[in-house]
Design a protein around this ligand. Structure first.
Ligand code: FAD
Length: 571
């Protein structure tokens, strides 16, 4: 990042604030802290990745790759976990953790997809950015699971606006209670079959809505985006390689360079945070122990406040590993709940279909988002035999020649190659899962990683509710596609494992009561006010919407509180 100008070459050991992790949430913490004038150290376990310079594949064509962007059988065999992610290929593999480099123990099957580098997973995310609604924050209290969220939608609404304006979110103002509107740039357009299906579904089901998915792409860059050095999204749809235009939001293109410009930021890559340091005399955390990734040397850095943003499961790991006389069972873990109530999104349902009547139409160009339906199950009251619901995505695209399906030679064959195939419809679900105490992670007693840190054990699985949600989606999705006149409708359980959604949440949840939660409504530990957790680990429940925009808003809100408390000398 920033041609080493940010590197901690003078080995400064004391800062106003430390942020652990430089991904989506850590980048936001850094930006906000630096904007408030705090000297901030970002500790990142992975290598440095400078915007543009370190996107080696971003301008390559398929034929420039040895395997035309496909991974070899050997790479796939060696990396069954990374390979389970659709975005892992020859062009993007350098931004994914390889299975052997960072092992963990699966007590139950769990795909843990990670990106260890400056920017974290912000380089490889799919950029879908829907606000959560009031129904999401009220859900646990109404349906009596997990604990009550200590905040409501209204607490977060101004912070959603704050982060949306800066990140740049495209979308329509749709006026839905289940999907609050935000600060949007111009939306992407649906194609003809998508609009047709939308109209048929909404005519048949008055309580179901189809809108264009909102996403973190600059369709109309504003001065605030241009001043970040970013430009218009070119709809290249090879975002997972890193975007030289800064067309989509990433820490590397946006928050980190912005924070650097304030002169208050130091980024230390290759810095594996081992644990937090707790001072019993001062009753607070005073810093962090860091192991250099390459030399394995340990350094202790100190700061007045610490933001833990290592991404949900690594945040759990780090806190479980932060033991002291005061916290023998892990940081802040007086109630024994640290590492418990881990939840995720249920991605198991897919439906494929075809649609006729649009043979004179062709889809042209590319688009980084798809049509979506916010949850329509159990919205206002409990109506089904399962709790909560699911969001639905669908898209339509015209089939093209596929080498595997066509044989041939000569002029006729070549002509055939130029003819588009039928219109295919692809539909998928994103189901809310219910956080449960026995969906948890803990530290392995014996096995350690190369830095002497215990391996994480994941014991997170589906339950009966998830099965019912899946069956409901498969049935309802089929019915909706039938209503729209689709043909060849094939609903199926894709068998994806928990974690494969890459939306892991919980383990260090917020709440009103220190007996049943770890963090208060400002994301501070109830029992150690100068440590904040604002990544997915803090979440009480999962909603049906993608979570990262909410991590950003929660982070900005927590920094604002931290700064005002620091001014009042309360922490
Ligand atoms: C293919 C894919 C598609 C996705 N699509 C979407 C989407 O459409 N919408 C959405 O909302 N979300 C999406 N996500 C999820 C999204 O990427 C994450 O929710 C988001 O990145 C989480 O932000 P974070 O800051 O918590 O973690 P990250 O972005 O993962 O950053 C965490 C950082 O902490 C570092 N770190 C970890 N441990 C330590 C340690 N001990 N010491 C120092 N540093 C450490 C890591 O190296 C990493 O850089 C997707 C993810 C993937 C991979």
């Amino acid at each position: 990042m920033g041609d080493n100008k940010n590197k901690n070459s003078s080995k400064e050991l004391h800062f106003d604030a430390i942020v652990i992790g430089s991904g989506i949430s850590g980048g936001w913490a850094a930006k906000e802290l630096c904007d408030h004038g705090l000297k901030t150290l970002v500790l990142e376990r992975g290598r440095d990745v400078t915007h543009i310079k370190d996107y080696p594949t971003t301008n390559l064509n398929p034929w420039d790759f040895k395997h035309r962007t496909q991974l070899t059988a050997a790479v796939r065999k060696e990396n069954p976990i990374a390979d389970s992610c659709y975005a892992f290929d020859e062009a993007t593999q350098h931004f994914f953790v390889k299975d052997k480099e960072h092992p963990y123990v699966q007590d139950k099957p769990f795909d843990w997809i990670r990106g260890y580098q400056v920017g974290g997973k912000s380089l490889i995310w799919a950029r879908q950015t829907q606000r959560w609604s009031k129904f999401d924050f009220e859900g646990p209290a109404r349906d009596k699971f997990a604990v009550d969220w200590p905040i409501r939608y209204e607490d977060l609404a101004p912070w959603y606006s704050h982060v949306e304006k800066f990140a740049g979110i495209s979308g329509n103002k749709d006026g839905l209670e289940t999907l609050p509107d935000g600060e949007f740039l111009q939306a992407w357009e649906m194609n003809c079959p998508e609009k047709f299906i939308r109209d048929k579904i909404t005519a048949q089901y008055p309580d179901r809505f189809v809108v264009q998915g909102r996403c973190a792409h600059l369709t109309q860059p504003q001065p605030v985006h241009l001043s970040q050095g970013r430009g218009q999204c070119q709809a290249r749809n090879i975002c997972y390689r890193g975007c030289p235009f800064g067309g989509y939001f990433s820490s590397n293109a946006s928050t980190l360079p912005w924070a650097l410009k304030t002169g208050n930021l130091t980024i230390q890559p290759d810095a594996v945070v081992h644990s937090l340091v707790y001072d019993e005399m001062k009753n607070k955390a005073t810093g962090v122990r860091v192991i250099d990734r390459l030399s394995k040397e340990m350094t202790v850095y100190s700061a007045k406040i610490i933001f833990v943003n290592a991404a949900c499961l690594n945040t759990n790991l780090l806190l479980l590993n932060s033991v002291s006389k005061r916290f023998p069972n892990g940081f802040g873990n007086d109630n024994g709940l640290l590492g418990k109530y881990i939840a995720f999104h249920n991605y198991r349902g897919n439906i494929n279909a075809t649609i006729e009547g649009f043979e004179d139409k062709i889809d042209f160009g590319r688009r980084p988002t798809a049509a979506m339906m916010p949850n329509f199950r159990n919205v206002y009251k409990q109506e089904t035999d399962f709790l909560r619901g699911y969001m639905v995505h669908y898209s339509a695209s015209r089939g093209r020649w596929n080498g595997k399906e066509m044989d041939g030679i000569g002029a006729g064959f070549k002509t055939q190659l130029t003819e588009p195939g039928e219109w295919n419809i692809s539909m998928m679900m994103q189901g809310e899962t219910i956080p449960k105490e026995n969906n948890q992670v803990w530290l392995h007693r014996e096995q350690k990683d190369d830095w002497g840190i215990p391996l994480l054990v994941t014991s997170v699985g589906y339950d009966e509710n998830d099965e019912k949600v899946l069956q409901d989606f498969l049935q309802q999705g089929k019915e909706m596609l039938e209503t729209a006149g689709c043909k060849n409708i094939v609903p199926f359980d894709n068998g994806r494992k928990p974690g494969n959604d890459i939306h892991e949440m919980g383990g260090v949840r917020m709440g009103k009561d220190p007996r049943t939660s770890l963090l208060n409504k400002w994301n501070q530990f109830h029992n150690c006010k100068n440590v904040f957790v604002t990544d997915g680990a803090c979440m009480v429940s999962t909603s049906t919407q993608n979570p990262s925009l909410t991590f950003m808003a929660i982070t900005a809100r927590a920094v604002d509180h931290a700064v005002s408390e620091l001014k009042k000398m309360n922490i």
